[in-house]
Design a protein around this ligand. Sequence first.
Ligand code: FAD
Length: 283
Amino acid sequence: MNQGRFPRRVSPDGRRRLINGFVGTVADMTNRSVSGRREPPRFRTLSLSRKEQIGPRLIRVTLAGDELDGFEIKQPAASVRLLFPSRGSSELVLPEWNGNEFLFADGSRPIIRTFTPRAMTSDGLDIEMVVHKGGAASAWAKTAMPGSRAALSGPGRGYTIDEHATGYLLIGDETAVPAISQLLEHIPSAIPVEIHLEVASGFGRLELPTRARADVAWHALAAGDVRGTAMLAALRDTALTDTTSLWCAGEAAAMHGIRTYLFGEAGLARSRATVRGYWKARD
Ligand SMILES: Cc1cc2nc3c(=O)[nH]c(=O)nc-3n(C[C@H](O)[C@H](O)[C@H](O)COP(=O)(O)OP(=O)(O)OC[C@H]3O[C@@H](n4cnc5c(N)ncnc54)[C@H](O)[C@@H]3O)c2cc1C
């Protein structure tokens, strides 16, 4: 099955193919390095050890296995790539790095998605996954059973907390809930934190880590509301100073609107805010 978005040609020997305009094997591509991107950390094959529905649309999966040895979460709001079995299969096949991206030997793309490594416990690594329509990772979270396999690469760099900030503003949608929970656990207790979570209807309100000096507001979008509206309104209502720090993540177009406001109309210095697109709506 061709999961890639580019044309592909498999030659009679079944090994040589056109990948991103390059004809050769995956190994050839690795050697030639298509664009010289740094190879991500190796995949660690893990299995589901526990699954918990922690909200109407949020599932916590715990991944465990010997290959998790040495994995550490050093910073909050970091990222990991998770590799899942291809659609219609329960078998987990590891792809090869071609110098630019991970591909299977036939040139097709594996299912790899990015998540926040939420917590390491003696049971394994917790990841909290939003359940939504049409997502491969979301479908895996819904159907995975103890023993179901997934592989993990990472972690990628997280967020460095500004210990000198006089206040923190944490803003995000459902996908940012795990990272915001982690940030709440890491921001020094003397710094007041204001949190705005904009969630689709039916997501519910979840318990965030308890902390003094934290104000949490949940904004449930009604049908037809444009994503980002509540986040932007919350920002417009907040007095941003040059000692306030802001961390914000969510749907890409909503984050674009927030960047435009912050660094344009509000005149905030770019160094005060981290704004990250976590997913792209295709509706
Ligand atoms: C650094 C980083 C950290 C992240 N951490 C988390 C995390 O901890 N938990 C988490 O759930 N997500 C997290 N995400 C977002 C996650 O990677 C995406 O939501 C991803 O697209 C989900 O994959 P999928 O296979 O379920 O859906 P896809 O196959 O990628 O998408 C299928 C369809 O679903 C839509 N879609 C994707 N995500 C959502 C959503 N959340 N709500 C509604 N529709 C959606 C897409 O627009 C598309 O139409 C993070 C992303 C980044 C970059």
